[in-house]
Design a protein around this ligand. Structure first.
Ligand SMILES: [Zn+2]
Length: 183
């Protein structure tokens, strides 16, 4: 290293902090014009000095999607209760109103029960749906809302469970297709 370089390197930290006299600054500048090595040393010093000068306080994180999420959560809850009510309503309708043994109506109603039931229970606990069907059917039967003995009511429940399964399969396929589209 040249002697001049050595002097300039010693001065550079002071020069960066603007703590040298005008004459010294001129001297440093003149040298930097001719000496790329010292110039790059200055760049390094400047680069290192910068983060210390600019105290970077991270901006407080504001989750702008929070209100939206809240609305979605509420919507979900409304949707959930609505679906649950519809499931129960359609089971009553399918089993009670049709007298418990009308295949034509129930081949339409029970798949709807399956679709809404899938929304309520989800993929994992959709098995609760036939149980719910059985409970409601037995309830309807025991309280004489239909003229069926328990055995027939049970048998019809099994038949209707198959229709419910069709609805579940439709809902599952729709769910699957929509999720794939999102990806
Ligand atoms: Zn130099």
């Amino acid at each position: 290293m040249k002697k001049e370089c050595s002097i300039v390197r010693d001065l550079l930290p002071l020069y960066v902090e603007d703590m040298v006299s005008e004459e010294t600054a001129e001297y440093v500048i003149r040298h930097l014009d001719e000496c790329p090595e010292c110039l790059s040393e200055l760049e390094i010093l400047k680069g290192g000095a910068e983060p210390r000068k600019v105290e970077q306080t991270p901006a407080p994180k504001v989750d702008s999607s929070a209100p939206f999420k809240k609305v979605m959560k509420r919507m979900n809850r409304v949707f959930y209760s609505l679906s649950y009510s519809l499931v129960i309503f359609f089971i009553f309708l399918g089993f009670g109103w049709t007298g418990g043994e009308n295949l034509m109506y129930n081949s339409l109603i029970m798949p709807i029960v399956g679709i809404f039931g899938y929304c309520v229970f989800g993929y994992r606990s959709v098995y609760k749906l036939p149980l719910l069907l059985l409970i409601i059917d037995m309830f309807v039967c025991v309280f004489k809302l239909v003229k069926l003995d328990l055995y027939s009511a049970f048998m019809w429940t099994i038949v209707y469970s198959l229709f419910v399964l069709v609805g579940i399969a439709i809902a599952f396929l729709l769910h699957y297709a929509l999720r794939k589209e999102k990806d």
